[in-house]
Design a protein around this ligand. Sequence first.
Ligand code: ADP
Ligand code: ZN
Ligand code: ZN
Length: 746
Amino acid sequence: TEIIDLLYDGEPLLGEDLLKLTGWMADYYLSRRIDTISAALPAAVRTTIHDMVELTDFSLQAENRRVINTTLRRSIMQLMIREKRLTMLQLQRRLGKKQLYRTLSELERGGHLRLTKKFTSTRPKLQTAYRLSETVPEGAEESLHGALKQLEAFLALSSTTDPCVPAETIGSSREILNALVKKGLVEKVQIEVKSNFSSGFAEEPQSVKNPTAAQKHALEALQSALNNKRYATFLLHGVTGSGKTLVYIEFLKSVLAAGKTAIVLVPEISLTPQTAGRFRQHFHDDITILHSGMSNQEKYDAWHSLRQGKTKIALGARSTIFAPLKNLGAIIVDEEHDGAYKQDRTPRYQARDTAIMRALFSKAICVLGSATPSFESYHNARNGKYSLINLRERVDGAAMPLIKLVWMKESPKASSSISELLFRQIELRLEKNEQVILLQNRRGFAGSIFCLSCGHTPLCRFCNIPMVYHAAENHLRCHYCGHRVKFRASCEKCQSTDLFFKSSGTERIEEELQKLFPEEKILRMDVDTTTRKGSHGRILKEFHDQKARILLGTQMVAKGLDFPAVTLVGVLMADIGLNIPDFRASERTFSLLTQVAGRAGRSTLPGEVYLQVYNKESDVFTALLQGSYEKFFDQESATRAALRYPPLSRLIKFECSATDEKEAESAALYCKETLTAHLPMESGTVLGPAPAGIAKIKGRFRYHVLVKLFEAKLSAAFVREMSDHIISRFRSAALSFIVDVDPQNL
Ligand code: ADP
Ligand code: ZN
Ligand code: ZN
C-alpha cells in the first residue's frame, strides 16, 4: 500500500529495515501489512493514518449492473460516485458498519474502488513562552519603576538560565508579561511542550565493577562479532545471579563506541524497575526508557528523539523492537523465555523472534539472555543457528541455592497451606533478620472452592471456569471476565457447609501467614495489589529498603529481583502449573521455579528453596533439584520429538468465536475441512475442532483448530481467502476469526 512511501519530516516514515521487518511480520504472522505497520508506530502517529476509499472507475455499463446486486453495494457506489473520495470513518458513519469492509474489498477486487491510506502528521504541542528582548528600547526599563508586578516578572526572567520560559514557570500572569512585551522588554515565542522523562526508576549509584573472567569471556565473543559487521545471534545462558546485566551494559558501551545504536527488550518494565535503573545509571541521557506510564505525547517525543539520533539506546517492552533507530548495532532480549514477548492481539507477533529478524535486516548482533532459555532458543543454539555463551557460576563465588521438596501429603502442617517445615524455616530467617520470598502460582484453579460433600466447584456462568474467592469483599470473582457473585458459606448444589478452599490464592495465604507471624509486616504483590500505576515499584522498594521481611506474591515475584538479604524462597504449590493442558506446561513450571529459586542467596548469604508439592512424581523436579537446565532440556526433547511439537513443527491456531455455540463449532469444523483439503498429508496435520482452553469468554464461545506444520508454509493469501469464506458462510453468527502463528497459550 501507499503508506510505505509516506514521508515524515521529509524522510521515509519507516526506515528500510523496519519496512522489511513489517513486511516479514505480515508474511510470517499471516496478518495485514497495515496492522504490522501500525504496530511499529507510536499511537500519536498511528491515529493520523486514515483508511481512504477512492472511486477508480465506474460507468453504469451493463457489466457493472451485476456489481450492484445488493443494497449495500448500491449504497456504497451511489455515495462514491457522488463523493469520489471518502475516509473509511465517513463511510462507516453514513452506511453503518455491518459487512462494510468485506463488500468494499469485493468492490476493490472488481476494480471499482481503491482502498488507500492517507497520512497526516501530528506535531508536538506548542506552548507560549517568554524571553528577554535582545535590545531594549530607550526608557523602557525606567517605565517599570511604578509597576511592581511587571518589575518582578522582568527580574524573574533576567535571573533564569533558561532562554525561553513559559508563563507558569515565571509565576506571573499573561497580562503582566504581555505588558512587558508591549514595552519591548520581552518577546513572546512558541516552544515545544517538554515531556517529563524522569520515570521514577531507581538509579542507585553502584560501585564500578570489573567484569569477572567469565563475563570478560562473554564480552570478547560479543565484541568480536560486532567488529565483523555481520548479523549474528547469541544465546547468553547464565545461571541466576551470574551477572548478565553487566555483560549487556559493557557490550552496549562498545556498541556506542563503534558509533552504533541499540535496543534492549525487557518483558515487563514495571516488574523490573531495578534492571531499567541499572541501564539508566550507566547511560544517562543516551538511553530512552519506554514504559506504559508514558502519555501518547511522551511516547511520541521519545520516538522522535530516537529517530533524530538524539538518544542512542531504546529500552522497553516488546513494542520497543520498532524503535526508529538508525545504524543499529545490537539488540538485547533480556529474559528471552518470557511469555510476555508474545503479543496476544493483532498483530500476534513474538518480539524475540521479531528481534532476530530485525537484527538480520540491520546486520546487527542479537543477544538473547536467560537463566532458563526457551526450548526453541536452546534448540537453535544446540543446532548451531545461534552461538551459545555460558555463564555457569554466580558472581563472586556466591553458591547456587539449595533446593528441597516438601511432600505435603506426608508433612505436618502449620496452617492449611504452609507446612511445619517451611514455617520453621521462615521463623529461622526472621530471627537472623534475613528476608523471605514466597510464591503462590496463580495459574491453575487457585482460589476456587470445592465442596467436600458433593465435589461441586462454582464456575463462572459466562466463562465456565472456576470462580475465585476474595476474602476482603467476601465474594467470588471470575478472573477472565470479572463477573462477581456474593459468597455464600454453603454449597450452591447440596447446601453442605463443608467447603474446602482449593489451593488458596495469595490473599488467603497472607491471612494464614499473618496468624503464624502476628508481629510481622507482610508485603503482598499480585493483580489485586498492583492495579494502581507504580504500585509494583513501591512494593519492591519497600522490600528492598527492608521495611518488611516477607514478600508474598504471584509470578511477579519471580522476575529479575536482586535483593542480597533474601536467603529463603518458598513455593506453596510448586506442582500446580503441571496440570494445565498445554504442551509448554513443564517448560513453564521448570522456568518459573528456577527463576524464583534464583532470588535466594545472590550475595554472601547462602540461599535455600523449599518447594511444597502434592504430586512429587515429575521429571521436572528431578532436573530442578540438580539445578540442571541441560537435563531438563534433554528430557523435554524426548517428549517434544515423540509428539512432534515445536520446534519440530510449527503451530498455527485458528480460532472461531460466536455468541452461538453451534455457529462457533460449525465454523471451526468448516475451517478444519478447508485446511485438510488444502494441506498435503506429508506437510502437516490438522487437529480439532476443540473448545479453546477457556471455552467461553465474555459470553462468546470459542473453538479452535490447530495446524501442526512439518514443512510447507501456509500462504497468507490462502488463509485470507479461507477466512473470507468462513465468515461469509456463517454470516448470521457475528463470527470472529483469529489466526495465531506460534501461539503462546493453547
Ligand atoms: P543475573 O541477571 O544474571 O541474574 P545480575 O546481573 O542481576 O544477575 O547480577 C547479580 C548481582 O551481581 C548483581 O547484584 C550485580 O550488581 C552483581 N555483579 C554482576 N557482575 C559483577 C562483577 N563483575 N563484580 C561484582 N558484582 C557483580
Ligand atoms: Zn456440595
Ligand atoms: Zn467469567
